[in-house]
Design a protein around this ligand. Structure first.
Ligand code: ADP
Ligand code: MG
Length: 419
């Protein structure tokens, strides 16, 4: 009753009032929308200046997530290098990604790496993120230098192989094409060159057991595995054969090893191997993404040539190639399936290093066969660097890369069912 009495009695007045109210509401909405649009434009401008020009809503959602979680980041403390050490390295967003308005969709808060996959609700309008987090021994963000990655992932292995004693150390770069494998491994090779000769020249402590410039030679061999063929990158891309002798030792017959006596000689060989790989790549449409490149540094006894220890640095084929089975080209499909087989076998072989698995399927691919002693030796240690692109259009590949890296370490520490 009371409400009714407040209404004007004259129905024309009531209509006029309603219209006025509607117009006022509409004006309010217009102002609000304008404010929202302005705020959006300003935010877009800010994102653009920050080098992240993608979808403003998704960027906002990623930012919110980061604000909530950044306190969880830990410093990269020195941890003991176990038999298997796995890290992720995120590279910065690049021009190509900016040009297609990709946004930064990966967050590394050590030791966690998270992929924020952009999603639309069924209404086709509301946006949300799917977060996939993984824990690693190290998670390096886009601001981390290769020096730091090297310090945690490669330096302990370099020191260890310089100690001789049958050490078999291997560093892998695994990831999608364009994610930074060659960038990371290239720089690591340079740092290895410097470190090795410094350590060797100071190495008097290790005596006969260890490697020093007096009692050991340091030689380099570089080759690639491409479509099942093994090719010597330091010797005219000669085709090589992998053989297993009666004692089960794997030999790459025909592979040339070149002695290096100082960092400059070492680097010249790395450079030559790199050139041979990339020249070939431009000839035959990006071979580097479809081949595994392996650089081996071998320490031998100066008097009898016996192998004391070995460091292998492996730049793997693009991980996305393994899943590329839809190509119309038969050769490509065969290559893809070979890459897939080798990467799956590699994962299983590394998992066997901790000794908990008896099954080392190294015969399943050329890659794992060649690296047999990196898996079966009691003195095997491995570092896996999973490189990821931050771009939102790579999010699916990035999740796959992190899943792969995650599986390598899974159960390797404290496996309750281990033998
Ligand atoms: P991949 O070998 O995995 O295909 P690349 O190492 O060739 O990828 O890297 C692709 C591009 O990204 C190169 O131009 C490289 O210089 C650049 N890049 C990769 N990682 C980084 C990084 N951490 N910081 C800056 N630039 C990087
Ligand atoms: Mg590469």
């Amino acid at each position: 009753m009371g409400r009714k009495s407040l209404l004007p009695t004259n129905s024309a007045d009531a209509t006029r009032l309603r219209i006025e109210r509607m117009e006022a509401d509409r004006e309010q909405r217009r102002i609000r929308q304008k404010e929202v649009r302005l705020a959006r434009t300003q935010e877009e401008q800010r994102n653009l200046l920050a080098g992240n020009p993608g979808d403003v809503d998704f960027i906002g959602l990623v930012r919110e997530w980061r604000q909530e979680h950044e306190r969880l980041a830990q410093p990269h403390g020195d941890v003991d290098f176990e038999k298997i050490c796995v890290c992720v390295r995120k590279r910065p967003l690049n021009e190509k990604e900016r040009a297609k308005r990709d946004h930064d969709s990966v967050t590394c808060l050590h030791p966690m790496a998270t992929v924020h996959s952009a999603k639309l609700r069924v209404d086709g309008i509301s946006k949300y993120l799917d977060h996939n987090s993984f824990r690693f021994d190290h998670a390096f963000d886009e601001e981390t230098s290769t020096e730091e990655v090297y310090r945690y992932m490669a330096k302990p292995l370099v020191d260890w192989v310089c100690g001789g004693r049958g050490a078999r150390a291997t560093v892998f770069a695994y990831g999608q094409t364009g994610s930074g494998k060659t960038y990371t491994m290239g720089r690591i090779q340079q740092m290895v060159a410097d470190d090795i000769f410094e350590t060797l020249s100071n190495n008097t402590l290790f005596g006969d057991e260890g490697c020093s410039l007096e009692n050991s030679t340091c030689s380099v061999a570089i080759f690639e595995i491409y479509g099942g063929r093994i090719q010597d990158l330091l010797n005219k891309r000669n085709r090589l054969k992998v053989l297993e002798d009666a004692k089960g030792e794997v030999v790459i017959s025909g592979l040339e090893e070149f002695e290096a006596t100082n960092p400059a000689e070492f680097l010249a060989m790395i450079e030559k191997g790199h050139t041979n790989r990339t020249t070939h790549a431009t000839e035959a449409n990006d071979v580097s993404s479809r081949s595994h490149a392996i650089c081996q540094i071998l320490f031998r006894d100066r008097t009898n040539g016996r192998l004391k220890s070995k460091l292998s640095l492996v730049d793997l084929a693009g991980s996305e190639r393994g899943t590329d089975t839809k190509s119309h080209n038969r050769q490509r499909r065969t290559e893809s399936s070979e890459i897939n087989t080798s990467l799956l076998a590699l994962k299983e072989c590394i998992r066997a290093i901790d000794g908990k698995s008896q099954h080392v399927p190294y015969r399943q691919s050329k890659l794992t066969q060649i690296l047999k002693d990196s898996f079966v030796s009691r003195h095997a240690r491995t570092a896996m660097i999973a490189t990821v692109s931050p771009g939102s259009s790579s999010a699916d590949h990035t999740v796959n890369t992190l899943r792969y890296a995650d599986r390598i370490k899974e159960n390797s520490v404290g496996d309750a069912f281990g033998k």
